[in-house]
Design a protein around this ligand. Sequence first.
Ligand code: AMP
Length: 283
Amino acid sequence: MIFEKTVKGVKEQVKSWREQGLTVGLVPTMGYLHEGHQSLIKRAVEENDRVVVSVFLNPIQFGPKEDLEAYPRDIEADCRLCEATGAAMVFHPEVTEMYGENFTTYVDMTGVTQELCGKSRPTHFKGVCTVVNKLFNIVTPDKAYFGQKDAQQLAVIKRMVRDFNMNVTIVGCPIIREQDGLAKSSRNTYLSAEERQAAVVLSKAIAGGKQMLLNGEKDGDKVLRSMTDIIEAEPLARIDYVEMVKWDSIEVHHKADCPVLVAIAVYIGKTRLIDNFIFDSEI
Ligand code: AMP
């Protein structure tokens, strides 16, 4: 497996793969990889001749009071996981390599970024779109893989690709969970033992809400109320949002009469965790 820190190096390698007629898949990550990331890499390896995993803790998608400094890192372990899973290259640039002096161009978006995480993290998706746009230009992948764990991000990237006529297919992948239901996340490492137990309340609320919709409940307010009650019963939990929106335009919509995304963000102590499910009554 190739370990590359420079944009030039990635471009040269991809050029050589292209000359051999090989297809290229990209899995963008912020590192500290777990089975959730690994499921994306596996899928990419199945569907492409060569897979590039980017490991880049993108500073511009963090707000000034967020956890950029504390975010866990372990590039050696990340490389071992990528190699064992069949990736051809890890791209691990320095911040200065991605954002040189006088970097001033950003990708901004309206609509899809307004609700959910866009509300509590107002500059987040501008940072995400900018870095993903750069990664697409550097790697020029045929396909790029994103987890439904970050469902709004998936919708945002799909929209950017459509709006900018980009030549890349976006593949959404299902949420990978711990045995007790907690969605796997690099941020789970922040949780104390007591908080880790309390964090199960997110997947409990998700499972409860999903069951109501499966049972035929169409009233979004009732579903969201019931999920809120489940979360509020946990003393260590503090709700950021519990919301139902249209999938994938991310407009608030409290009726399950079309494909909907039900998404939550909850603080467990100081750690902000997210979870969601997509419900399509037609399926
Ligand atoms: P991150 O490193 O948190 O930016 O995540 C990189 C990619 O992995 C994103 O597309 C995430 O949605 C995806 N991902 C993270 N956790 C999971 C999970 N538990 N299941 C599926 N995909 C995930």
